[in-house]
Design a protein around this ligand. Structure first.
Ligand code: KIV
Ligand code: ZN
Length: 531
């Protein structure tokens, strides 16, 4: 009889390392939505955040820890007691809490960044791990910049960490510098030299600076790692982290080589990728491995011919294995609640009654303008709806004039804290006019960092997916809008981004009426438009 395969645990850090992507800032509601998808995906550990960085971060981690059941919820902390207190405060209600401590161990970091001796680094490591074990038995220790750390010193710190009570040892390639061979050998060395302290759970954490994040994580597994730290779509600092979908599919597709299992439900990979892309505002490149739109497209005649004759000629995995939505048309004008509910269930969605009702009402608004509706459309509607929180700002009405002989102009009516605001503006094109009119109605004028429009499916009647990234009070906010009318999709995306700007401002408080009054621009107060 065959021996059961060992399991490699998947530690997802989309909400922590991933959120460190330049320009990405997720609201608490968006983080919770991503965490729910990660739970459905079957990740073993969700690193929900770095609670000492802000009150908002602590609150967001706390909500995730309270709501989710199943995965371990980890919170990051430096080797400071204050950080550990904040981390514990955020995850104490989790079913399975983990404190994740880190300190740099390479000489270059110790000398230039921490200005700390090696001896002192060992002392603070031991002290902080002992402190963290007062709260929980599950303490992970990361030796930041491990791959540029002197190996004897690394063994010394990690041995001390294990003795102090750490249960998982993470060996990050923080700057994406290691080669696959070096990284595998490092894990083999550590497995051997730490073995006298009993069975050790070693973890790989890789960055993609030289494009080797996934390869290096796989090499670490060959060297003995049994946890991989990664992010959905590989989002993260600089060139990003190891992409979850890439390592997982490599482990599954080449099980003959790696001889390990994961607990990931691979059919949820595509969906998780799209949600993270939509909420972070970072598009997935079409040729991205596993989840890119072209990952299973065969353009060349010879390839098409081969795939038609036998799929395995050019496909090492099938689109349905990773949950690529079928492009077939699934629902039409007259489909009711029951049909929609069962289709969403077949697609793997597990929505609450309230979420379902919201999606149903969005779906029912569509067919007049667009028919029939495909799985791609449904997925876009669900993602858009789940990512939305009740805001202060809504688009009620939009009128746009444009043409090759017209001066582009837009009139918008918004509801801000339940109060109507109507303004008009001209612009350099219809989208510019819409955004100016919205600025004028809200009284804020954030810097536009990015604006994109994509179609969800092919055809001129496709749903348009608008994404707007703005900077306001040095914070970045991503807004999204979905509509068969691309100008409306753009307006909705901009309103969504400005709503987040307003919500982030301490003075926006609809319940007291202060929000509305304080945002009211002079021209609106006096009933004038800004045309
Ligand atoms: O890249 C890194 O070293 C990290 C640690 C905090 C684990 O993200
Ligand atoms: Zn990292």
């Amino acid at each position: 009889m065959n021996e059961p395969l060992e399991t490699v645990e998947i530690f997802d850090t989309t909400l922590r390392d991933g959120e460190q992507t330049p320009g990405v800032s997720l609201s608490g509601h968006e983080k919770l939505q991503i965490a729910r998808y990660l739970q459905a995906l079957g990740v073993d550990v969700i690193e929900a955040g770095f609670p000492a960085t802000s009150e908002d971060e602590l609150r967001a981690v706390k909500t995730i820890a309270r709501e989710l059941r199943g995965p371990t919820i980890a919170a990051l902390a430096r080797t400071h007691r204050g950080d550990i207190d904040a981390a514990w405060e955020s995850i104490r209600e989790a079913q399975k809490p983990r404190i994740h401590l880190f300190i740099s161990t390479s000489d270059i970091h110790l000398e230039h960044m921490l200005r700390m001796s090696r001896e002192r680094a060992v002392e603070v490591t031991v002290d902080s791990i002992k402190y963290a074990t007062r709260f929980t038995d599950d303490v992970q220790f990361s030796a930041q910049d491990a791959t540029r750390t002197d190996v004897d010193f690394l063994v010394q710190v990690l041995s001390a960490a294990l003795k102090a009570g750490a249960t998982v040892i993470n060996v990050p390639d923080t700057v994406g510098y290691a080669t696959a061979d070096e990284y595998r050998r490092l894990f083999e060395t550590l497995s051997e030299r730490l073995a006298p302290q009993g069975r050790v759970m070693l973890s790989a954490h890789t960055h993609d600076d030289l494009g080797g994040a996934a390869t290096n994580a796989l090499a670490a597994v060959a060297g003995g790692a049994r946890q991989i730290e990664c992010t959905v779509n590989g989002v993260g600092e600089r060139a990003g982290n190891c992409a979850l979908e890439e390592v997982v599919m490599a482990l599954h597709t080449r099980g003959d080589i790696y001889q390990v299992n994961t607990n990931i439900r691979c059919q949820q990979l595509y969906r998780s990728s799209r949600l993270v892309s939509s909420l972070t505002g970072i598009p997935v490149q079409p040729n991205k491995a596993v989840v890119g739109e072209n990952a299973f497209a065969h353009e060349a005649g010879i390839h098409q011919d081969g795939v038609l004759k036998h799929r395995a000629t050019y496909e090492v995995m099938r689109p349905e294995d990773v949950g690529f939505p079928a492009s077939r048309l699934v629902l039409g004008k007259h489909s009711g609640r029951h049909a929609l509910r069962s289709r969403l269930q077949q697609m793997g969605y597990d929505l609450t009654e309230e979420e379902f009702e919201e999606v149903f009402s969005r779906f029912k608004q569509l067919p007049g303008q667009k028919a029939p509706i495909s799985e791609h459309d449904l997925e876009a509607i669900v993602d858009d709806q789940l990512g939305r929180a009740d805001g202060t700002l809504q688009l009620e009405y939009l009128l746009v004039t444009s043409g090759n002989r017209a001066i582009p102009s837009a009139t918008v009516r918004l509801q801000l804290c339940g109060e109507p605001r109507e303004t008009s503006a001209c612009g350099n094109g219809p989208v510019d006019a819409i955004f100016r009119a919205i600025d004028s109605a809200t009284g804020i004028n954030p810097e536009l960092v990015d604006y994109r429009l994509e179609s969800v499916t092919d055809g001129t009647d496709a749903l348009g997916n608008g994404t707007v990234v703005v900077k306001f009070n040095s914070e970045t906010h991503v807004g999204r809008g979905l509509s068969p009318d691309v100008l409306e999709a753009s307006a909705l995306a901009y309103v969504n981004a400005l709503d987040k700007c307003l919500m982030a401002r301490p003075m926006t408080d609809c319940s007291s009426g202060r929000g509305a009054a304080s945002h009211r621009p002079a021209d609106v107060r006096e009933g004038r438009s800004s045309v």
